[in-house]
Design a protein around this ligand. Structure first.
Ligand SMILES: [Zn+2]
Length: 317
């Protein structure tokens, strides 16, 4: 290719060098970044430092980003991962505060959707059965249709209602297990503002939205819809069969979680790992240029009968 330039004309050497620089600028920058990523700036306080840099050079171990900071792989990375999982299990990650809400029953009473007697009977049924939300009991007893209950919920949560979800809904990079766990569906992604709109039925799970914001580096907005809409949208998403996620159920020590995550990072030749927690769930995204990203979901509680928590892994290769 240098020959192409030289053969074209008898240009001064500086002109040829400039043209080469322009032509290969991106490759040079990428190469420099590659070696910088591999060799520099471990953020672990217990890192052995310069001596490890030579070791990385000689054995190709490299480094990896964890939540935006670089660590030697695997030792420093695994040490920081263990700390991270310990923090999650100690519940040290700040949780968003749920907004103050007027009770749904009172809300529906004030809007004339139910009578005093109906609300009393729904509350009695809820108490006697020891389960279910008041909105569900109001529907079950036939006092109001689901859309009306959803409308009251939307007022309660100060968010809009969407009557029907788009047929081409897909997961947009959010683990399907997470969507099913919190009965939520991605409605729209506005790329210019990196804003995700999610539809919930019943409660809006703000912890899930915050976790999505952390992992996907985006903003989120919630709306409400009926449970029938959410269930059918989740089925459509699952039928697409493009899942790249693995759910682990049952208690694990921080050491085990770190070991599993590190194993995936090694296997996928990952460049970056992101972590967050949400209710009793640790969500880890392993990002790889060569093999694609995969989500690891660690549930603290044993698996429940719901098929929502039985997500299969579909790894390339
Ligand atoms: Zn290190």
């Amino acid at each position: 290719m240098v020959g192409d330039f030289l053969a074209t004309d008898h240009w001064p050497l500086t002109t040829i060098l400039k043209m080469l620089l322009l032509k290969y600028h991106r490759r040079i920058v990428e190469s420099a970044q590659h070696w910088k990523d591999r060799l520099l700036d471990c953020n672990d306080g217990e890192c052995n430092g310069p001596s490890r840099a030579w070791r990385r050079l000689s054995n190709g171990g490299g480094s990896i980003h964890l939540d935006g900071s670089r660590y030697c792989f695997p030792e420093c990375f695994e040490r920081r991962l263990r700390q991270r999982f310990q923090e999650m299990q100690a519940d040290e990650i700040p949780k968003p505060r749920a907004p103050h809400r007027v009770p749904l029953g009172l809300m529906m009473l004030s809007r004339g959707h139910v009578t005093n007697a109906q609300l009393r009977r729904a509350l009695d049924a809820q108490q006697q059965n020891g389960s279910g939300k008041i909105g569900e009991w109001i529907q079950k007893l036939g006092y109001a249709p689901e859309l009306q209950v959803t409308g009251a919920l939307a007022v309660q949560w100060s968010c809009p209602v969407i009557k029907s979800l788009p047929l081409n809904t897909h997961s947009n990079g959010v683990p399907v297990a997470l969507l099913k766990m919190f009965r939520m569906v991605p409605v729209q992604f506005v790329a210019a503002r990196r804003k995700f709109h999610f539809a919930f039925c019943g409660n809006i799970e703000y912890q899930a939205l915050l976790a999505i914001e952390r992992i996907l580096c985006c903003q989120t907005e919630a709306c409400l819809t009926t449970s029938a809409e959410v269930e059918s949208a989740l089925e459509r998403i699952e039928q697409r069969g493009e899942l790249r996620e693995k759910t682990f159920a049952g208690p694990c020590t921080p050491e085990e979680l770190a070991r599993i995550t590190s194993s995936y990072a090694r296997r996928l030749n990952a460049r970056s790992v992101r972590t967050t927690s949400c209710v009793n769930l640790a969500w880890v995204r392993v990002e790889s240029h060569s093999a694609g990203d995969i989500d690891l979901l660690f549930r603290a509680a044993p698996d429940e009968p719901s098929r929502a928590h039985r997500t299969e892994i579909h790894l390339a290769g």
